[in-house]
Design a binder for this molecule. Structure first.
Ligand SMILES: [Fe+2]
Ligand SMILES: [Fe+2]
Length: 279
């Protein structure tokens, strides 16, 4: 299915949350481990502008349709960060953008696009480079979408769940753009397929790796995806990625979680709690 870029840019808007009763967070606050996950998500969203900055030095920005998408996409991701910061603010956690930058410097964060840029060193230009970038972006957006929906379901907080579902609905549009572009561009080039497969298999890591500490990444991934239901979700993400041309059989998300010791077979603590409540 074709992605209508004109419709996307015309309709792109901030995720709505002014109508939600944030007073519910005073009456029914979120637990610390969930706030930790939301803080991570907020950091990732606010980081998008740095990611965009790096993309402006690649062949992708020369493609008009991609330039239009990235502009609106960057705004939407920023607004996701703002909405999450408002939830955190209700719990006395203020997200300071300068503090975020300082943390990145401390972690030695340089460039999240390094793996993709390495494709350039391999002589990948034009359509082929963009194809790799689009496949990478599709994997990230599928993960983001799944993470928000999963968090909404696990937390079960009425206001948070509604907000996260609205954010996830915008992530679905991001998925549609990246995946459509990736599908079309990969189909045109075996070389792009080979490089995209190599880059994803060797370098892909959960969104937020390199921005947050290893400990935070493991906490968030474990919180969201541990347990049988979590495994089902990550396998769904992997199956979407594997359907892109030349990506058959890839299981990058499951591999990344296993590498972090998140055994997807173990029952999640959160689920155990939920089961106790429902008995
Ligand atoms: Fe987002
Ligand atoms: Fe997104």
């Amino acid at each position: 299915m074709a992605f209508d870029i004109d419709r996307f840019t015309a309709n792109s808007t901030a995720v709505a949350w002014g109508d939600l009763d944030f007073g519910e967070f005073d009456r029914n606050p979120l637990p610390p481990e969930s706030l930790r996950v939301l803080r991570y998500m907020c950091d990732v969203e606010y980081h998008t502008v740095c990611y965009l900055r790096d993309l402006l030095t690649t062949p992708s920005h020369r493609e008009p349709e991609i330039g239009s998408f990235m502009t609106m996409w960057n705004r939407e991701e920023f607004w996701h960060g703002e909405a999450l910061a408002a939830v955190l603010g209700k719990h006395g956690i203020s997200v300071d953008f300068d503090e975020l930058k300082a943390t990145r410097v401390k972690l030695g964060w340089k460039d999240r696009l390094d793996p993709i840029k390495q494709s350039l060193l391999g002589g990948l230009v034009g359509n082929d480079f963009v194809a790799v970038h689009m496949a990478w972006g599709a994997a990230n957006e599928w993960s983001a979408n799944a993470a928000y929906l999963r968090m909404a379901r696990l937390e079960g907080h009425p206001v948070l769940a509604e907000l996260l579902k609205r954010i996830a609905a915008q992530e679905t549009k991001h998925v549609a753009f990246y995946a459509t572009q990736a599908r079309e561009r990969l189909a045109k080039s075996k070389k792009a397929q080979v490089i995209a497969r190599f880059a994803l298999n060797k370098f892909w890591a959960p969104v937020g790796s390199g921005i947050s500490s290893d400990e935070e990444v493991t906490h968030v991934m474990g919180h969201l995806f541990r347990g049988a239901d979590g495994r089902k979700v990550i396998r769904e993400i992997d199956s979407h990625i594997a359907k892109l041309p030349g990506m058959q059989g890839l299981t990058i998300v499951e591999n990344a979680l296993e590498k972090r010791g998140i055994t997807t077979d173990a029952p999640s603590e959160l689920h155990a709690d939920m089961e106790r409540v429902s008995v």
